[in-house]
Design a protein around this ligand. Structure first.
Ligand code: 13P
Length: 269
């Protein structure tokens, strides 16, 4: 993990209120006060970690103001594939950027399973994020039955390949590709307390890097591949010690300031 600067992202999903979101963000900022989370430095040693919070859409603008005095960054949980028009209920990438987001989660398994996000739709969302200068976090991962059938790598490669092909056909530049991260989130590990062993997760992460590398070796080398699915303070360090695990996408534990801060510290050390 040492070469690539890790990211720890808190995905708050559909939780909290205006007041509790503010309180959680303040507690996390306070808990991370001693850690340098500033921008990467050219020609010098960069700070050890990037941390971002992904609250529900309606709290983004308010948390952007609150986080402006900190070094934490803000991400959204989803984005429209379209830039503008008659798409009731959607939020465009440029709008997210305008209110202070730097990141956006795309293709989360809950969006794929519950809201009809196909691989092609997810690819459209990644491209839309890049058009607005946002950093997409592309989620991939297999279900329990896919895993049991031995199809983990086939599923993850397919999910990646559709996006990689869209990057090629959209002639996405090398500098834009550097904005992309991948999150490996086995669906069976999300919110269940179950997780792969660090070695099992590492094997999938290495395959993700190899899959990207078959199309674009430079992108693969720099790509940050986060792990998500029942990450807690107690298992974070062992996961983050793996060579191809470059941080985490955290759900339940991101709603508990103490847990989330401990996970961040595990990634920073
Ligand atoms: P949990 O950490 O609650 O398992 O959720 C993971 C996740 O879905 C993050 O996006």
């Amino acid at each position: 993990m040492a070469y690539r600067r890790p990211i720890v992202a808190g995905n708050w999903k559909l939780n909290g209120s205006r007041q509790s979101s503010r309180a959680l963000a303040v507690a996390i900022v306070d808990g991370l006060a001693g850690i340098d989370l500033g921008p990467a430095r050219l020609g010098g040693e960069s700070p050890p970690l990037e941390v971002l919070l992904c609250p529900p859409f309606v709290y983004l603008a308010e948390l952007a103001d609150l986080l402006a005095v900190s070094q934490l960054r803000l991400g959204a949980q989803d984005v429209a594939a379209e830039d503008v028009g008659a798409f009731t209920g959607e939020v465009a990438a440029a709008m997210l950027r305008e209110v202070g987001c730097r990141y956006v989660i795309t293709g989360h398994s809950e969006r794929r399973a519950l809201f009809g996000d196909t691989d092609e739709k997810v690819a459209g969302k990644v491209l839309a994020a890049l058009r607005a200068g946002l950093s997409p976090i592309l989620c991939v991962g297999e279900t329990r039955s896919e895993r049991d059938a031995g199809h983990t790598l086939t599923v993850v490669r397919r999910q990646l390949d559709v996006v990689l092909a869209a990057l090629d056909s959209g002639r996405v530049s090398a500098s834009e590709r550097r904005l992309i991260s991948v999150a490996y989130e086995p669906v069976w590990a999300i919110g269940t307390g179950l997780s792969p062993t660090p070695a099992e997760a590492q094997a999938v992460h290495a395959d993700i890097r190899a899959t990207v590398g078959r199309r674009d070796a430079t992108m693969a080398f720099d790509l940050r591949v986060l792990y998500g699915g029942s990450v807690k303070a107690s298992n974070a360090k062992d996961l983050f010690a793996m060579q191809d695990i470059d941080g985490g996408l955290i759900g339940g534990a991101a709603l508990l300031a103490g847990e989330f801060v401990s996970i961040c510290k595990a990634a920073a050390s």
